[in-house]
Design a protein. Structure first.
Length: 155
């Protein structure tokens, strides 16, 4: 939870995952590295997947409780950590996008997604990927959700 005092008012901003400012920046950096070409909405959806993995206690995400755990999970982390886009400090806009995700904003088709990938060229999304059901596509990313009842923390 973040507490902010503004114009003599107390404003409480709830977070759906415990994080430090360094982890907020880490989230912003991975969102950029994975989806900068897909605009703000694409980056927000990648952020949804990161946070979903952090709050899920299922499948291969039983030991990923922090943003850092999720991003650097091995195996199963994000390929964006190898991108040059990942290494520079996030912009103010990217930090603001990460804050929005940490406060609990969700965007379909990433609302309950734990996975995404970008198919080669203009190929269609596979119906299932690693035994997970396709929840939809945004630009070049296909998003995948666990079967109903498997990861109740993200439902």
């Amino acid at each position: 939870m973040v507490i902010k005092i503004s114009y003599n008012k107390l404003v409480i901003i709830m977070s759906i995952i415990k994080h430090s400012s360094a982890e907020r920046d880490l989230l912003a950096r991975i969102m950029r590295a994975e989806a900068v070409g897909e605009g703000d909405l694409g980056m927000l959806m990648v952020g949804n997947v990161v946070i979903n993995r952090g709050i899920a206690n299922c499948l291969t995400f039983k030991d990923t409780k922090t943003i850092t755990d999720v991003i650097y999970q091995n195996p199963g982390g994000f390929s964006g950590i190898n991108s040059p886009l990942f290494f520079s400090n996030p912009t103010t806009n990217e930090r603001n996008l990460a804050d929005r995700i940490i406060r609990g904003e969700y965007y379909h088709p990433a609302t309950h997604a734990l996975w995404f990938y970008a198919p080669q060229g203009n190929s269609a999304c596979q119906s299932y990927w690693w035994n997970q059901r396709n929840s939809g596509r945004y630009k070049n990313h296909c998003f995948y959700v666990p079967d109903p009842g498997v990861c109740n923390e993200i439902r």
